[in-house]
Design a protein around this ligand. Structure first.
Ligand code: ADP
Ligand code: MG
Ligand code: ZN
Length: 474
């Protein structure tokens, strides 16, 4: 049976968090009462003139540079004509044949183009199911109309659903790091369409593609791509042909339905926007955008791996969630003794599950306190398990790890105390002692387990093992 290889290209829309809209002075207004942030320009009244938002151009240049694109010395706006109630002018101002940036790269995926445009208004389908065809009424909120957008189009370099998810996470982290967008998929400030085709493995031509529209979470994107690849495979295996069309994936049922076919595809009748001057970035504008770029997540992950010896997975986890990376680096800087890889594990394996999505900088855990805690564990002043108890306290109340260890008597059991506990463990487990003496090494588990329970996890397992063997003369 032929094996098929998926070919995937992504189109991403990013809402910029500028102060005002793309072509007028209305302030951006996520969550404001409907139709309170509008003016004659963004309502498409005749005789009004658009003016390009300089901050949006600046953010667009930052994105183009962060994605390693060539910036066009002179790019222009076009009118993309279509009729829809969320588009009062009857056209969207976008870029067409000369985008702001082209031929870039992020990670292992090439970027085809990056361009500026404006968002449409928002249609709200009111009534029973909230869906267009069954709604009792559809109303328009023009607050969103004219919000600055950057569209990013990748080359079809992605080969699996999982790779698509990973790459989008990197893109999202990058956009977040440079501070140009809230990149919130649920709220729609980051939206993704996936173009998908399959081809016989080893083939160099591309198959017919379909486009999955507007998926609003990483998991849905991965699931949607998987479902569409499976659908195309079964069509080809049955001797059929994939039809070029735009599709909707319903995450609740897993169903894929057609939105429109190629025959119904729009002819947008693009033509140059006569009311706007071209974007011709000056050297000063380019310099300002370049200087505004911080260290990007991909580079940061590489640095963590190379200079600090973190595993690739941990390095990515910290670098792709910038606030975790910042907390980690603060903790590392606050305490020169702590071993980076050990600290990184405590952040990703212990701290993150305790805080969930919250920013650790805003938690009660001070970076310095976590570093100190990790040192106490590394020095075997406290056990691993006592360390976790201390972190519970830090996360709930904050404070100083040494104080917590004292107040709660969490110091490692040792010396006479531990000797006594091992004695008792031996007395309480005569059978295990016999077996152990008889050469059954596994029997030590019962004795060590008993001792660990007695100390409530305050002992070092290796040390207990050693004392048991010593006492039995093994
Ligand atoms: P269209 O003209 O239909 O918009 P484009 O060539 O502009 O197509 O590409 C749109 C997106 O589709 C890009 O992300 C591109 O990488 C992707 N793409 C193009 N051809 C294919 C294909 N055969 N399979 C999967 N993705 C593709
Ligand atoms: Mg396209
Ligand atoms: Zn306006």
């Amino acid at each position: 049976m032929t094996d098929f290889e998926p070919v995937i290209g992504l189109e991403i829309h990013v809402q910029l968090k500028t102060r005002t809209k793309m072509f007028c002075g209305c302030e951006l207004s996520f969550g404001a009462p409907p139709n309170t942030h509008t003016c004659p320009v963004c309502l498409g009244h005749p005789g009004t003139l658009p003016v390009t938002n300089a901050e949006a151009v600046h953010f667009g240049l930052m994105i183009a540079m962060a994605l390693d694109c060539t910036v066009a010395p002179r790019s222009i706006f076009h009118r993309k004509n279509y009729f829809y109630p969320d588009l009062p002018k009857g056209y969207q101002i976008s870029q067409y044949d000369i985008p702001l940036g082209r031929e870039g790269r992020l990670g292992d995926v090439r970027i085809h183009r990056v361009h500026l445009e404006e968002d449409a208004a928002k249609l709200v389908h009111a009534g029973s199911s909230g869906r267009m065809h069954t709604a009792e009424a559809s109303v328009v909120d023009f607050n969103r109309g004219g919000t600055p957008l950057v569209e990013i189009v990748s080359e079809p370099d992605i080969r699996t659903a999982h790779q698509a998810g990973d790459w989008l996470r990197l893109l999202r982290a990058t956009l977040k790091r440079i501070g140009v967008s809230d990149v919130n998929m649920e709220e729609g400030s980051l939206r993704c369409d996936a173009n998908i085709s399959i081809r016989p493995a080893g083939d160099s031509n591309f198959g017919v593609k379909t486009e999955l529209k507007n998926m609003n979470s990483f998991r849905f994107i991965e699931r949607g791509i998987e479902a569409e690849v499976a659908r195309q495979e079964s069509i080809l295996r049955d001797g059929g042909q994939v039809v070029q069309e735009t599709l909707h994936f319903d995450p609740s049922t897993g169903a894929i339905t057609s939105l429109r076919s190629k025959e119904e595809a729009h002819d947008y009748r693009y033509f140059p926007e006569p009311d706007l001057v071209p974007i011709a970035p000056t050297e000063a504008m380019l310099e300002r955008a370049r200087e505004a770029l911080p260290e990007l997540p991909a580079a940061r992950a590489e640095r963590f791996e190379r200079d600090l010896g973190l595993t690739a997975g941990t390095a990515k986890l910290l670098a792709f969630r910038g606030e975790l990376g910042d907390f980690f680096e603060d903790a590392l800087g606050a305490d020169g003794q702590v071993e980076p890889a050990t600290l990184a594990n405590w952040v990703t394996v212990e701290l993150v599950p305790r805080l969930g999505d919250a920013d650790p900088q805003e938690s009660k855990v001070e970076p310095r306190a976590l570093a100190r805690l990790v040192e106490l564990v590394s020095a075997k002043t406290i056990s691993q398990s006592a360390g976790k108890t201390v972190l519970d306290v830090l996360a709930a109340e904050g404070g100083d790890p040494e104080r917590i260890v004292q107040e709660r008597s969490l110091a490692m059991a040792g010396g006479d105390e531990l000797e006594g506990i091992v004695e008792r463990a031996l007395e309480a487990n005569p059978k295990a002692v016999e077996e152990l003496k008889g050469g059954k090494a596994k029997a030590i588990g019962a004795i060590v387990g008993f001792a660990m329970r007695e100390t409530k996890g305050r002992a070092d397992g290796g040390e207990v093992n050693r004392i048991v063997r010593e006492k039995l003369g093994l």
